[in-house]
Design a protein around this ligand. Structure first.
Ligand SMILES: [Fe+2]
Length: 262
């Protein structure tokens, strides 16, 4: 066979290979729950670790429109690194993104009875894309950390593709996830979270094809400095945040990287 770029080999196999049920449901309906749950001890650790970030700007700002959001906890806490690197996530992410992916965003949202989270409004997690894609170019993994008797999230089935331009025709589902469950969805699926009667938290990781700009540049010197202070699963995290996809500053920078890879 002729020389062929390895990315093309994966692409050629992608469409006709046998896909998992989760993959098929996310492609078809836009969402699916992960079959495995994280246990209550893990949920508790994730909730408790956040208290160390409370009120620390820019990771958690109180008394403004951004309150209720904890930004990028994986930078600091082993618990969030373990969650980001969960084997079950990786298994499916490789299936969605055979040519690789990177962490696009990590936020943990806190919903309180008298404090609406910003995620209460209807939205897409990638709001700037104006066309649907046949297969997801970004996957959202939303893990629910608290038990809650009420529905926590509404999703608009098919708005990632079939009803991309036609929100009104979509079937609306109100979901009542259990603590530890993770909802995997195409980031183009329209959804919103609900005001809650009790304090609840849910963690979002978005993983995307490296063609999309991440929400913040995790390869920035300031984040790199903070990340490197915690060596827990450090190499895996560097891999996940996509240092390999950082745009070279110029042709010298590009060549330096290419030559180092040889
Ligand atoms: Fe969202």
């Amino acid at each position: 066979m002729e020389d062929i770029h390895k990315g093309l080999i994966y692409t050629n196999k992608f469409k006709n290979k046998k896909h998992s049920d989760l993959f098929k449901q996310v492609v078809d309906k836009g969402y699916c729950f992960l079959e495995t749950k994280i246990d209550s001890t893990f949920c508790k650790n994730l909730i408790e670790d956040l208290e160390d970030l409370r009120g620390k700007s820019p990771y958690n700002i109180t008394n403004n429109a951004y309150q209720g959001v904890f930004r990028s906890p994986f930078i600091f806490f082993n618990s969030y690194r373990d969650l980001a690197l969960l084997k079950e996530f990786k298994k499916y992410l490789i299936e969605f993104f055979p040519n690789n992916y990177q962490l696009h965003l990590n936020r943990c949202v806190e919903s309180k009875p008298f404090l609406n989270a910003s995620t209460n409004e209807l939205h897409r997690d990638i709001p700037h894309l104006h066309t649907p894609s046949e297969y997801p170019i970004s996957i959202s993994a939303l893990t629910f950390l608290n038990e809650c008797e009420d529905s926590q999230i509404s999703i608009y089935e098919g708005t990632h593709k079939k009803y991309f331009y036609d929100l009104e025709r979509a079937n609306v589902l109100k979901l009542k996830p259990k603590a530890g469950q993770t909802l995997i969805f195409d980031s183009n699926l329209i959804h919103n979270t609900h005001p809650s009667k009790t304090d609840i938290k849910y963690n979002l990781f978005m993983f995307s094809s490296p063609i999309i700009k991440p929400i913040v540049d995790y390869s920035s010197p300031s984040i790199f400095l903070k990340l490197s202070k915690n060596k827990y699963r450090y190499d895996e995290i560097l891999d996940l945040i996509g240092y390999q996809f950082a745009v070279p500053k110029d042709d010298y920078d590009y060549l330096r990287k290419e030559l180092n890879d040889c």
